[in-house]
Design a protein. Structure first.
Length: 119
């Protein structure tokens, strides 16, 4: 990436993809979720080339704001994905009648349940 205008455009595209991902998560649209993941990877590759990860790269206030917005959107989407995954796990456990193989214990530590050996 060579210019600030290219970076701004890439960050705007990233924000648009993150917003589309949120809509896909809300609708549980797996194809769209996967498409957004591929788009995010491609945009991250574009940003990596001489972008904000280069310590000598000058960032404008606008770019800093766009980066912060993208970071916040990505965090919200991550939390939504985790909630969906926890809901699915709970439903699967309820359907099978078996306890979770792992769950967060006190203080956030993982507690694992081990299956007894088959005899």
């Amino acid at each position: 990436m060579t210019s600030g205008s290219e970076m701004r455009e890439t960050l705007r595209q990233m924000i648009a993809v993150l917003q589309a991902e949120r809509q896909a998560l809300a609708g549980l649209d797996l194809d769209e979720i996967m498409g957004c993941a591929a788009d995010k990877i491609a945009l991250c590759g574009t940003l990596d080339v001489g972008g904000p990860f280069d310590p000598d790269y000058p960032l404008s206030e606008e770019c800093r704001g766009l980066l912060d917005a993208a970071r916040r959107l990505n965090e919200v989407n991550r939390q939504v994905r985790n909630l969906i995954a926890a809901n699915v796990a709970a439903r699967l456990d309820a359907l099978t009648g078996s306890p979770a193989l792992y769950r967060a214990g006190p203080g956030g530590a993982a507690a694992y349940a081990y299956a007894a050996p088959r005899g």
